[in-house]
Ligand binder design. Structure first.
Ligand SMILES: Nc1nc2c(c(=O)[nH]1)N[C@H]1C(S)=C(S)[C@@H](COP(=O)(O)OP(=O)(O)OC[C@H]3O[C@@H](n4cnc5c(=O)[nH]c(N)nc54)[C@H](O)[C@@H]3O)O[C@H]1N2
Ligand SMILES: Nc1nc2c(c(=O)[nH]1)N[C@H]1C(S)=C(S)[C@@H](COP(=O)(O)OP(=O)(O)OC[C@H]3O[C@@H](n4cnc5c(=O)[nH]c(N)nc54)[C@H](O)[C@@H]3O)O[C@H]1N2
Ligand code: SF4
Ligand SMILES: [Mo]
Length: 679
């Protein structure tokens, strides 16, 4: 019997694709993008087109297990769910009693973007327990802080509108690699004569396909944006009418950017002054012009300021008024669901009589090795692989090796973090459980029911936290709630963007557009998330200093570690999610170097090179090519450390230093030395 079932891709990707799963005799045989979905439009990225290979991989975790080897060694034995849950509940209770519940730390990110399995029952459970709260900064909080500062709301140009743009700036955005469903709209625009420019320290696949690529020094984007403002204002190319009606503080901005000449920015960014001036003029005079800004820009010490400065550009030229204008970093804020009902933060008060302390997930190494009063005595990891993806890996692994740390991991695969688990629990994939999905690259809310049966004894996160809550003796009704009731609760917020959307409509249609006008022009008439609805330039606080770890940063560091390392996303994987594969993850084993640098280092393509600094080292295969300029090296992230020489990946060299706002990590502000590995 052959059936087609609906699903939603749950991977951490702006596209949140609507999927059709062909099921024959209970087994999935084909995955397709839904042709009827306005953004998915019938195709999938390469990695998810082959997701059934991951779904049915012999490496899937099928049963609960207990560690029998040393931490990190990866030796386990099968146990029953009863024994696993009893052990976890007993240990968590004992730790909470002896050291206080805040010594227990949840650690999760967006392994699934499903709201119920990603930020639902888990949050309720940890709040009721009184565990430490995790500040989930690892990806986007610096950018969110910058965007909030500029716009007051994290809305952006909808992908469907990019087809109307005449100029598209992909600013730190590898559209073909990480946001491929925007590409058909970009191509449609280009067929109408639009130009695509990319601004990036590396010429990635999108840069190679663009009309023009601007190599920019890592972490220097604020300087470019300020110099563009200098030209736009100096040459009176701004939209005086929009500025008068919808912005605040223009005179201050005019003063502020006077000093930001293209010459000054050229020294900092590495882009020639004339090029900067030409880009500014083109941006201001091409109607409409859309900016696709992505999170690459904000993984630096100046990331929040960079996003803020770039996000002010559309207001200056009035481009929010135009269909196909504006800027997109994220659309996530428009999903005005009732998140308070979902995560029930109020339960902390019941447990502790106050809010629990907060631990920044980008500082996990320090949290596990140095945090005191109270220390971390237990960590429960799900939807994330911190042993591979968190910065300052040596500290993280030192923490996970602690004998007095109780570690629980809910996983689909035996990844780096799973190797350190005391109790390892098998998790379902998004094809196997119910969930509701918002998106950060479009405006459609989606519901997915299980399309396939879970293999072995795998359980959803939601089930596991419900079962644990019962074992802990928590009798709050919300810890027993059904999926459908949780979804109804989320929809009950009453905001006009979601008003009237029901679980029945979602079940019937799978994907439902938020109740937004079409086209959606969030800031055409102001409407910014500020008290007066205007975009505030607030120029007194707009400024730029180079990152400490950069070519213009700390001289002593720079003398010892002369290369700026970036480790952006690889094209064919999803962070470390496909790290179980052998062979296909070659991108994540690579270090791209410029020819002049390679010659000086006497390194040729395929040589093994050691990349190192004071924090650690990793070994990669050199690729000498034209994708990076002199002084920049690039290691696409991120493979499983345990699959790498020395059992370390690129995060052995990245730092725990935080971004200028939002508490974000600074993966791409990282100075290193490179040397050929002797044979
Ligand atoms: N194929 C694939 N897709 C993915 C992912 C993946 O791992 N693989 N990961 C997903 C995740 S977690 C996220 S957050 C999203 C978004 O992912 P993005 O943040 O958009 O992806 P990145 O590749 O990290 O960064 C985008 C580009 O920014 C560039 N960049 C780095 N530093 C700077 C800088 O200082 N200035 C400028 N202008 N550019 C800079 C990088 O070289 C890169 O080409 O992608 C998602 N999609
Ligand atoms: N050097 C460097 N490091 C980076 C980045 C970088 O660009 N460079 N990017 C950073 C960014 S932007 C991000 S978002 C993070 C991503 O880091 P993570 O959030 O850790 O993402 P993944 O590596 O994809 O790991 C997600 C894990 O969740 C599991 N999973 C998926 N669905 C479920 C589920 O339903 N239940 C359970 N229990 N598990 C599930 C998957 O099997 C997978 O192992 O990495 C960060 N680290
Ligand atoms: S990873 Fe992104 S592009 Fe690929 S199927 Fe999932 S949502 Fe679509
Ligand atoms: Mo991310």
């Amino acid at each position: 019997m052959t059936q087609t079932r609906r699903s939603v891709c749950a991977l951490d990707c702006p596209d949140s694709c609507s999927l059709l799963v062909t099921v024959e005799n209970g087994r999935g045989t084909k995955l397709r993008g839904d042709p009827a979905h306005p953004v998915t439009r019938g195709f999938l990225c390469g990695k998810v087109a082959q997701y059934l290979e991951r779904e049915y991989s012999p490496a899937r975790l099928l049963y609960p297990q207990r560690r029998i080897g040393a931490k990190g060694e990866g030796r386990f034995e099968r146990i029953s769910w009863d024994e696993a849950l009893d052990t976890v509940a007993a240990r968590l209770k004992a730790i909470a009693r002896e050291f206080g519940p805040e010594t227990i730390l949840p650690y999760s990110y967006a392994g699934t973007m499903g709201l119920l399995n990603g930020k639902g029952m888990d949050r309720r459970f940890f709040h009721r327990l009184g565990a430490s709260r995790l500040d989930r900064t690892i990806c986007s909080t610096a950018g969110a802080a910058g965007l909030n500062r500029a716009l007051g709301l994290r809305y952006g140009t909808e992908p469907e509108q990019f087809r109307h743009a005449r100029l598209i700036l992909a600013w730190g955005a590898n559209i073909l690699g990480t946001n491929v469903h925007l590409w058909p709209f970009v191509m449609e625009a280009r067929r109408q004569g639009a130009r695509l420019y990319t601004i990036d320290p590396r010429r990635n696949r999108t840069g190679a396909a663009a009309d023009k690529h601007f190599f920019i020094n890592p972490g220097s984007d604020t300087a470019l944006a300020l110099a563009m403002m200098h030209v736009i204002i100096g040459e009176e190319l701004y939209d005086a009418d929009y500025i008068a009606r919808c912005t605040e503080g223009f005179d201050g901005l005019r003063e502020r950017v006077k000093a930001w000449t293209p010459q000054r920015a050229a020294e900092l960014t590495g882009i020639a002054a004339e090029e900067i001036a030409r880009l500014a003029r083109e941006y201001a005079t091409t109607r409409p012009a859309a900016i696709r800004l992505n999170y690459g820009v904000q993984r630096s010490e100046r990331g929040a300021m960079a996003v803020r400065a770039i996000a002010l550009l559309p207001a200056l030229v009035g481009s929010w008024k135009e269909v196909g204008g504006g800027l997109q970093l994220s659309t996530s804020h428009a999903f005005h669901l009732n998140f308070e009902a979902l995560d029930r933060a109020d339960l902390q008060l019941k447990a502790l009589g106050r809010e629990a302390r907060i631990v920044n997930m980008a500082e996990l190494g320090t949290a596990l090795t140095k945090l005191d009063r109270p220390p971390v005595k237990a960590i429960v990891v799900y939807n994330s692989n911190p042993a591979a993806i968190a910065p300052n890996q040596n500290a993280v692994l030192q923490g996970f090796r602690r004998d007095d740390l109780f570690t629980v991991v809910l996983e689909q695969f035996q990844n780096d973090t799973a190797d350190y688990a005391d109790i390892l629990l098998p998790a379902t994939t998004f094809l196997e459980h119910t969930d509701l999905y918002a998106a950060y690259g479009h405006y459609y809310l989606q519901l997915a029911r299980p399309a396939l049966p879970p293999p072995g004894e795998a359980k959803s996160n939601l089930d596991v936290f419900r079962l644990l809550a019962a074992r802990m003796g928590f009798d709050d009704p919300c810890l027993r709630e059904s999926e459908d009731d949780m979804i109804r609760g989320l929809l009950a917020g009453g905001h006009s963007f979601v008003k009237g959307i029901t679980i029945e409509e979602l079940d019937q249609r799978g994907s439902v557009r938020l109740r937004l006008p079409e086209p959606f022009l969030p800031f055409a008439e102001g409407g910014f998330g500020t008290a007066d609805g205007k975009c505030h330039f607030d120029a007194g606080t707009l400024d730029y200093t180079p990152p400490v770890e950069s070519r213009r940063g700390d001289e002593e560091l720079r003398a010892r570690f002369p290369f700026e390392l970036i480790s952006p996303k690889n094209d064919d994987s999803m962070n470390s999610t496909f790290g179980y594969r052998h062979g296909v993850d070659m991108q994540t084993a690579t270090l791209h170097l410029n020819a002049a640098d390679a010659a000086r280092l006497e390194v040729a393509t395929n040589d093994q090179v050691r990349v190192w600094n004071d924090r650690g080292s990793c070994t990669l295969a050199a690729r000498v090519d034209g994708t990076v300029p002199g002084g920049v090296v690039c290691a696409p992230a991120v493979r499983w450390g345990k699959r790498a020489p020395g059992r370390r990946n690129v995060n052995a060299v990245t730092s725990e230093r935080l971004s200028d706002a939002g508490g974000g990590p600074t993966f791409y502000s990282c100075l290193v030395q490179v040397e050929k590995v002797g044979d």
